[in-house]
Design a protein around this ligand. Sequence first.
Ligand code: FAD
Length: 321
Amino acid sequence: MAKKVLVIGEVKDGVLRNVSFEAIAAGKTVANGGEVVGVLLGENVSGLTDELIQYGADRVIVVDHADLSSYTTDAYQQALLQVFDVENPEGVILGHTSIGKDVSPRLAMKLNAGLISDAVSIELDGEDAVFTRPIYSGKAFEKKKVKEGVVFATIRPNNIEALEPDSARKVDITNLTVDIKDLRTTIKDVVRKATGGVDLSEANVVVAGGRGVKSKEGFGPLQELADLLGGAVGASRGACDADYCDYGLQIGQTGKVVTPDLYFAIGISGAIQHLAGMSNSKVIVAINKDPEAPIFEIADYGIVGDLFEIVPILTEELKNV
Ligand code: FAD
């Protein structure tokens, strides 16, 4: 049976995050020939509808409200529940991002639906969408489908390929007015940390450093390599605990989950908790002075040696490519 699926677009710094387009592709599979409706929440976001349409949304709903200018659980939950009331969807897809992780269980509970979180792929089994998601910190995968009720899922960024954009697509855009009240939280100001520009969760190249980097300054050459490749710097918890970098850069079980095309693990031993956040990267390059370091077991390419010698050589070589 064809389904109506709502896909929630995620806006950051005035632009749609790539995971929104990946969610549309996921929504198409779940819809099984039905309608994929893009939902845009925020303030002054109507200029972003074109992109959702180009990437495959069959219709777009814009919810423009001052209380949605920055994410708060209360405001987003209230707005989305009102969208659901109007649309009565059979499927809902969000990105498995900080926002998706926060709001999706609350919405699923209100809708009396189950939630399949952190899916890395989706396929159809007859008419049912089957979601694959990692378990045991990425050591195994399970397949899940929803037997009855709303198919509610979050998808891990960088895993499901977005459709090719088609600038000729034209579809209906509706503005929906929502009533947001009794907010328990309001955002007064947003103070951003300088993180070098590229969003770690969506970066195609991640250059991650561990305790082996030995100091804040030790991250300098890693940042240079990341800048050269248009990537983002990440870190192990070892490096964060040692105060070499901010916890916002932590990758792993209790940090961010990343799936870049290229992951550098530099001075990182490869603890299971770290692997949980990066083992699905497409190509893994490990640089470590200990040939027995567990990270080499999952690395596609390994360089045994002192990172302080190897990283600058690598950067210089790549400058000439
Ligand atoms: P280490 O294990 O100390 O490794 C440093 C590596 O650097 C070594 O392999 C060493 O050979 C190498 N090295 C040293 N000097 C050089 C040099 N000059 N050149 C090249 N190589 C060098 N960890 C995470 O990363 N993310 C998480 O989300 C996370 N969550 C956790 C949750 C729980 C509940 C627990 C208990 C732990 C968690 N950890 C997490 C911690 C994890 O168990 C490890 O302690 C941590 O990942 C180790 O970080 P590291 O590899 O940087 O440090």
